[in-house]
Design a protein around this ligand. Structure first.
Ligand code: ADP
Length: 573
């Protein structure tokens, strides 16, 4: 992500905000001088109306400028963070599954939400604060030097010492804040991971252990948070002591010089006012410098995330398939998940016709799911080609490829919303007739009509309210709505009641008449009904055939069949 380009896009808002801030600074800096004039007018008994009106005008202008400055800078900041988050969201959604799987979800969340916020503060308010506070400090010091340079030296002596302490403290605050953010992020990541596996935690009766472990992480965040507060608590008082000492010096010395007539009273008053005006911007300046540094680290983390590898959306449109071309064809496909692991598939070749049900069987960890990952191009083969209707899928546009494939995953994850919204997720423009058709094809009509609001029934989180078999049939209906050429189905390993099982089986055979159904089979009944079976073991295609043929000729199949296929809950993922 090009952060400077993002900032440049909002330079008009930022620039005008900073300009108004500087004008506000000038309005502030003029005030003590006008008060000096007012005191002088009172002292020599001149009319005071003019200086009072001028002063009132200046106060009003100051307030107006400060408010507009604050608004413009805040707005620019929100625009900047919006752009950054938009870029991140887009890149994450288009990221390659392989790259995405390497990320910690908690870390992604921290970078997209918290780091972008820090970057916003650094790029908008801190930069503008640094410029306006810096110029206030310079302006104050300049006017003070002009009013009385000797007293300025005394002030700089006292405030300088406090500033050195203040600067050191500000730096320590920043470091402590970085640690605190890391601790907070560790706590968030750990909690997210545990909540994602809440049923496992409960089933293992690990609630107390997890509460203790996560409690320790929360405690680390608390400790570093307290450290930040301790250091911050000293920052303002350190500066205050500096101000108080310089004030005492300025008043005592100034009064003695006023008494001798060396310093007019109005100049002393103005000088003291400038002293007050100086302190707060000085602290702000230190703070904003710290925030900018902190923001730089956050920007680096955001940029790092934005560099995630994305899928290419380019590619050729698919050629019109000729009737006899295979729907799916693997040619010498070899693939490993990483350079260091054994290949998940080695030299796999097969071709499948355009209709019918093909079951894939094999022990868990054999490479069945990996086949699906390659067909969907979630992963890319290291060698060999995968073709869809005769075209190498590497050359196809991703959008086109995935619109021709329907994927039904094992746990059939559903999105939030109504049944209708779930069904039309991949094809929001589907008509009522299309929906009725897929509901019938997935043998769901009775289920839907029994629900209180039919298609408009709201599903709970993760599809609560439907049984496992119904959820999988709903996922099948969703996949069918895009009229895929190939339906990839990872059969649920969980036990289905016999009604659901029969409904699912009938639905699959009926769908097999119109497209290729490729199903990872965990049940013997699926393979018996399949038109052909691929037996995979250790990443290799062992045998192909029908149930009867394989029962005669393949020992792995015989073994799996005698155990009624993959043990329930199998699947090494
Ligand atoms: P199956 O679906 O037949 O149970 P998979 O295709 O899921 O098997 O896995 C095949 C092999 O690839 C296994 O050895 C498994 O450990 C490995 N594997 C699967 N997914 C990943 C992954 N995301 N990263 C690394 N290795 C993986």
């Amino acid at each position: 992500m090009n952060v400077s380009a993002v900032v440049r896009r909002h330079r008009l808002l930022l620039g005008s905000g900073i300009l108004l801030g500087l004008l506000g600074t000038a309005a502030t800096l003029l005030q003590p001088l006008l008060i000096g004039d007012l005191i002088e007018a009172v002292a020599v008994d001149e009319p005071t109306m003019r200086p009072i009106l001028l002063l009132a005008g200046l106060f009003a202008a100051d307030a107006l400028l400060a408010a507009t400055h604050f608004y413009l800078i805040g707005r620019a900041g929100e625009n900047i963070v919006f752009d950054m988050r938009g870029t991140l969201t887009g890149r994450l959604l288009h990221s390659r599954i392989r790259a995405f799987n390497r990320l910690e979800h908690g870390d992604v969340f921290t970078r997209t939400v918290a780091d972008t916020s820090l970057a916003r503060v650094a790029l908008s308010s801190s930069v503008s604060q640094m410029i306006t506070s810096g110029s206030t400090v310079v302006g104050c010091v300049g006017v003070m030097a002009w009013l009385d340079w000797r007293m300025l030296l005394a002030t700089v002596g006292c405030l300088g010492a406090a500033s050195v302490i203040g600067l050191g403290l500000a730096r320590a605050v920043r470091k402590a804040a970085v640690t605190n953010r890391e601790d907070t992020s560790n706590y968030g990541s750990a909690l997210l991971r545990v909540l994602g596996a809440l049923t496992t935690v409960k089933a293992s009766r690990a609630e107390e252990r997890e509460a203790e472990r996560i409690g320790e992480l929360a405690n680390a965040a608390r400790a570093s948070g307290i450290h930040v507060t301790r250091l911050s608590a000293m920052l303002m008082p350190a500066m205050n002591v500096g101000t108080q000492v310089s004030l005492a010096v300025v008043i005592a010395w100034g009064m003695s010089r006023t008494a001798t007539g060396a310093l007019p009273i109005e100049d002393l008053t103005a000088f003291i006012m400038y002293l007050f005006y100086l302190v707060s911007p000085l602290v702000m300046l230190f703070m904003s410098l710290g925030e900018i540094q902190q923001g730089r680290a956050a920007i680096d983390r955001v940029k790092d995330l934005a560099r995630i590898e994305t899928e290419s959306t380019e590619g050729a449109p698919a050629s019109t398939p000729v009737a006899e071309t295979p729907a799916v064809e693997f040619k010498d496909v070899t693939f490993s998940y990483s350079d260091t692991t054994e290949p998940a598939l080695t030299g796999v070749s097969f071709s499948l016709p355009r209709t019918g049900v093909t079951a894939i069987v094999g022990p868990s960890g054999a490479g069945k799911t990996t086949l699906f990952q390659l067909i969907e191009r979630f992963q890319v083969p290291d060698a060999g080609t995968v073709r869809l209707a005769g075209t190498d899928i590497g050359a196809l546009r991703l959008d086109e490829l995935r619109s021709r494939i329907g994927l039904v995953e094992q746990d059939a994850p559903l999105m939030r919303g109504t049944i209708r919204e779930n069904l039309t997720y991949a094809r929001p423009e589907a008509t009522a007739a299309d929906i009725d058709e897929v509901i019938a094809a997935a043998h769901l009509a009775d289920v839907v009509s029994a629900l209180p609001d039919g298609l408009d029934t709201h599903l709970g989180e993760a599809g609560i309210g439907l049984s496992g078999g119904q959820r999988q049939r709903l996922a099948i209906a969703r996949a069918l709505l895009t009229r895929p050429d190939v339906l990839l189905l990872d059969e649920a390993t969980s036990h289905l009641d016999s009604d659901s099982e029969t409904a699912l089986r009938e639905a699959i055979s009926a769908i097999g008449a119109r497209c290729l159904v490729l199903t990872i089979a965990h049940r013997l009944s699926t393979t018996i009904g399949a038109d052909r079976i691929l037996v995979i073991e250790d990443g290799k295609l062992r045998a192909t055939g029908t149930h009867t043929e394989l029962m005669e000729g393949d020992t792995t199949y015989q073994r799996l069949a005698s155990r009624q296929m993959t043990p329930v809950g199998g699947g090494a993922r």
